[in-house]
Design a protein around this ligand. Sequence first.
Ligand code: ATP
Ligand code: MG
Length: 258
Amino acid sequence: MARIYTLVNQKGGVGKTTTAINLGAYLAKHNQRVLIVDIDPQANATSCLGIDKHGVEQGSYQALLGGVSPMSLILKNDRLNLSLLPSSQSLAGAEVELVDEGQRNTRLRSALNTLQDDFDYILLDCPPSLGLLTINGLMAAQDGVIIPVQCEYLALEGLGQLTSTIQKVKAALYPELNVRGVVLTMFDRRTNLANDVVAEVNRHFPKLVFQSVIPRSIRLAEAPSYGLPISAYAPDSVGAKAYNALATEILAQDKPQG
Ligand code: ATP
Ligand code: MG
């Protein structure tokens, strides 16, 4: 059985995609079979892995709404040992089209269910909204939600809304839904503010904040323009080390006890 984690935060630009790609890349380096699922019409995860979204004819849209078997839509990068279910422009219409579909909340979950034996980790990269694509992402988050939080002023703003959405989905639709963890991103240790944010987020999510904090690093921001994860672009950078540490932390926690 794969572990399925959904990267979610309706706030834009907090590091969802960067975390999906780089956590995924390091899980793959630790010999895990990893699939990144891009369910954001912006297709940033797809671009970050060097795929031109305009050239993607079939992707997560077809898995959600086209009845196409997701396995046939997966692109495999052998060098990175990483698989991608890409996004494409057609996904922009999915938010509206899903409204009239049966099982509109669980279509992604059903699609990914067919891949359970083919991967060890499936990471879903959500758009910055709480619409039907994100709800599909939450309903597919079999092993929990990972929330990236940017270490900045007003970091907690919007987290109340996110928590309440998760609680509502949990209560009404999916009682097993849980928060797997919170990743602090773009941490800048030179500022007092960043340390305050870390303390505040820890108070808000006791025991759920990952020890591995992702620093602000120019290399992490540059890597996407080369279509590479940080593990391939700048493996010695501080950002690379931080994402490797996060992957190691998650692997250690996920290891079956006994
Ligand atoms: P969206 O909500 O638009 O999908 P997101 O939450 O996926 O955004 P990212 O795209 O991962 O956020 O990051 C936003 C921007 O910040 C990107 O340009 C990315 O390269 C940059 N970035 C992310 N993490 C870091 C970091 N630790 N250090 C420096 N830059 C970063
Ligand atoms: Mg993104």
